[in-house]
Design a protein around this ligand. Structure first.
Ligand code: SF4
Ligand code: SF4
Length: 341
């Protein structure tokens, strides 16, 4: 008998963040089950709450520069880490002129890849010019999108870019789960079919395409990959669900839930190297509302915390990053492991 792919039934209520008609049900199916984070944790960049030296990550080499296109999104997912919605413009649209300045600096720094994330990047009116600029400069480009209406409105421009640059442009589509019920419990009603249609369009026209998904609490990665593989086969989507670069499955994140702090001793206890952590090789440009110009932050996950604002230029942003945020522990270092001796 074949594997039974899990679904999760959830009522579709109203999201407190927005009254958007796309708002999802109350609790996210991906909610982290843990007690509240004690206030004394993640409060000192040098020391943990127990007084131990906090771990930090040096910039080994800038490989990926992320451009945050702005927080506005056509969706308002229950646990969007950046709290995007149709009304949240805490990060305003990045302008093509500002992007050009950072792309020029990235060329000097021999950056390999430019990543675009939001919000929904295709909400930004300068998205196509920024893509053209990035590809014309020879970068590899990765776009994180929900593949819904904002992307579909740019089909002609995207086809032209694919024609000219081929697989240097990769579109990574968020499909939170292999079941419609869980995906819509997180992303809102009527969010499944448009995402599937967007994915099918990208696949049909031979884009380099990937999917970003998530695991339910207790759901095994292999089981999830098998279920995604069945979905992709049934829906005619040309993605190898067993290739971790084509189907990326993320652990859960919740900045309000308790998690161990990361000390300098954790690296050897876990057998991990700071060089493997995302902020050893990437930075993100954000333009906060009320600020005259974009700034560079440590990574895609922490756009607002002033402790992770690294400077006004890539050169200024080359310093070490103190792992002083719950996301550093839960998402990047522990990923479900424990570094308690
Ligand atoms: S589609 Fe992405 S950016 Fe938009 S609300 Fe959902 S998780 Fe956030
Ligand atoms: S969450 Fe923390 S550890 Fe992870 S990339 Fe960002 S700054 Fe680095």
């Amino acid at each position: 008998m074949g594997r039974v792919c899990r679904v999760h039934e959830a009522p579709f209520l109203v999201n407190s963040r927005t009254a958007s008609r796309n708002a999802p049900a109350g609790p996210s199916p991906f909610a982290v089950e843990a007690k509240a984070l004690p206030r004394e944790k993640f409060s000192d960049p040098a020391l943990t709450a127990k007084g131990e030296p906090r771990a930090s990550v040096p910039l080994v080499g800038l490989d990926t520069l992320w451009l945050n296109t702005g927080t506005l999104c056509n969706l308002a997912c229950a646990t969007c880490y950046i709290e995007s919605s149709p009304t949240n413009d805490a990060l305003i649209y990045l302008g093509a002129k500002d992007a050009r300045r950072f792309l020029a600096e990235a060329e000097q720094a021999r950056v390999r890849e430019i990543g675009f994330t939001g919000g929904e990047p295709f909400m930004n009116p300068a998205m196509i010019p920024m893509l053209e600029d990035s590809l014309a400069r020879g970068f590899e480009v990765l776009v994180l999108t929900n593949a819904m209406r904002p992307m579909r409105r740019r089909e002609a421009a995207l086809l032209a870019l694919r024609e000219e640059h081929g697989a240097r442009l990769t579109m990574r589509v968020s499909l939170d789960h292999h079941s419609k019920a869980v995906h819509e419990a997180e992303r809102g009603p009527r969010s499944w079919e448009p995402a599937m249609e967007g994915l099918q369009w990208l696949s049909r026209y031979d884009f380099s395409v990937a999917v970003a998904g998530r695991l339910l609490p207790g759901e095994g990665e292999n089981d999830a990959r098998e279920c995604y593989a069945r979905l992709f086969k049934d829906e005619g989507i040309g993605i190898d669900a067993f290739d971790p670069a084509r189907l990326v499955l993320f652990p859960e994140m919740d900045a309000d839930k308790d998690i161990a702090e990361i000390t300098t001793a954790c690296w050897s206890i876990l057998g991990k190297s700071p060089k493997d952590i995302m902020c050893a090789s990437s930075r993100m440009v954000v333009h906060r509302k009320g600020e005259a110009a974009p700034r560079v932050v440590a990574c895609t996950l922490i756009p607002h915390d002033p402790g992770f604002d690294m400077g006004a230029t890539l050169a200024e942003a080359a310093g070490d990053v103190a792992l002083n945020h719950p996301h550093c522990a839960r998402f990047c270092v522990l990923g479900g492991a424990s570094c308690s001796a």
